[in-house]
Design a protein around this ligand. Structure first.
Ligand SMILES: Cc1ncc(COP(=O)(O)O)c(C=O)c1O
Length: 389
């Protein structure tokens, strides 16, 4: 049984989430729940694999283990009922890199890339930085959640649009798109001849009672020939620092196009620690997924209850997947700046404000639930103290 309850000190490790954001905002008294990085230890099997490599003491060029391909194939078969062949799975160090490379391979400067907002910014950035125009189409608010706005997507698409990015489960709204919604996106991409980059990095974080469907389940061959699915064990097992991700591509022509881009940037071998991750986690660590999800679901219940007590006008959106909570503070604070100021300067809790994910979402907040409950209790205590001042 993993121990997620004992806090892990990450300061002093060049940690992006703690050390870097300490520097950005000033002070080592902050609690950081903005960045989507879990503060949990990885499974002991992966720690052992790293320790074995360190003990060996030679860190030369490494090639992908055949266990990587069979591991991804077995994972998709067991967890999603999807059959893959090894050649359909391609290594890439990071999804953000892969997204930029796919855009570079499959579109031209001046073309348009369409996606939904709110949006995890680096994927849109990958398009913009490659000289493509980004069409961000807001999701539609519906009850305590968000839904696709197919009419708005239809209105935004143009003959210059060549590529769509879909994130599923969606960061930051946490939506796990239903099969019907995936079918709508698939039809849209086929009708407008768009390549579809579907980022499933959060697929292993599914709230109890919710379900995840991969875009690979949509059988339409016309969709499959234009589909790139991106995934990674990095979030699931908290090994973002190992740079181990992969793409699943059915169409050999797209695989070749991606391979050429990897060659162009000089990417050939995985890092030795990436290889260790890829050959270990899917074979040995599935138990971790159930345990981490149960802990995160418990954290969600705790934060829901406490935040609704502390902010009676707060709207907490329905959570389906990811370890994030998407909250609407617009009835609580007059402006997003006031919200951010309260959390950062008065409670000393660093969060991500909604406008980070799209101007239409100012006043929302993304909160990382993948923390020790002890840290969450301290956040609640700090908010109470700040409110009492
Ligand atoms: C939707 C999504 N895609 C990709 C990433 C990052 O993946 P990578 O580090 O492999 O680029 C994140 C990290 O937060 C994410 O939320």
């Amino acid at each position: 049984m993993m121990d997620f309850a004992t806090p892990v000190e990450r300061r002093g490790t060049d940690c992006a989430k703690w050390d870097t954001f300490d520097k950005i905002y000033g002070g080592t008294d902050l609690i950081h729940v903005g960045c989507a990085d879990m503060d949990f230890k990885s499974p002991p099997e992966i720690c052992q694999a790293f320790a074995d490599i360190a003990a060996h003491g030679v860190f030369g060029y490494t090639d992908l283990s055949p266990d990587f391909y069979s591991g991804v194939a077995a994972w998709y078969q067991r967890r999603h009922g999807i059959m893959l062949t090894p050649d359909e799975v391609m290594f890439t160090p990071r999804i953000n890199i892969a997204c930029g490379l796919c855009i570079e391979a499959l579109t031209r400067p001046g073309d348009e890339v369409i996606l939904n907002s709110p949006a995890y910014p680096p994927l849109a950035q990958a398009a913009a930085d490659n000289g493509r125009f980004v069409r961000a189409v807001p999701l539609k608010a519906q009850d305590d959640s968000f839904t696709l706005d197919m009419d708005a997507l239809e209105a935004a698409v143009s003959p210059k649009t060549k590529f769509m990015i879909l994130v599923n489960p969606h960061n930051p709204t946490t939506r796990c798109w239903s099969l019907a919604e995936l079918q709508c996106i698939a039809d849209f991409c086929v009708r407008h001849e768009l390549y579809l980059f579907c980022d499933e990095i959060h697929a292993d974080f599914i709230k109890a009672g919710c379900s995840f469907h991969s875009m690979l389940e949509i059988a339409d061959p016309a969709l499959q020939e234009r589909l790139i699915v991106a995934n990674s064990p990095a979030k699931t097992f908290n090994v973002m620092g190992a740079l181990a991700a992969y793409l699943i591509i059915r169409n050999p022509k797209l695989r070749q196009a991606f391979y050429r881009e990897m060659q162009r940037i000089g990417e050939h071998n995985p890092g030795i620690f990436a290889n260790a991750v890829l050959k270990t986690v899917y074979q040995q660590c599935e138990y971790y997924v159930a345990e981490v999800n149960a802990y995160i679901d418990g954290n969600e219940s705790y934060i829901r209850q406490e935040f609704m007590r502390l902010f009676p006008k707060l709207k907490i959106l329905r959570r389906e997947g990811t370890y994030l909570l998407w909250m609407d503070f617009r009835q609580v604070f007059a402006t997003e700046d006031a919200m951010f100021d309260f959390f950062l300067n008065q409670a000393r809790v660093e969060v991500y404000a909604g406008s980070h994910f799209g101007a239409d979402f100012a006043g929302f907040m993304r909160f990382n639930l993948a923390e020790s409950r002890v840290i969450l209790q301290e956040i609640v205590r700090r908010i109470e103290t700040a409110q009492a001042r």
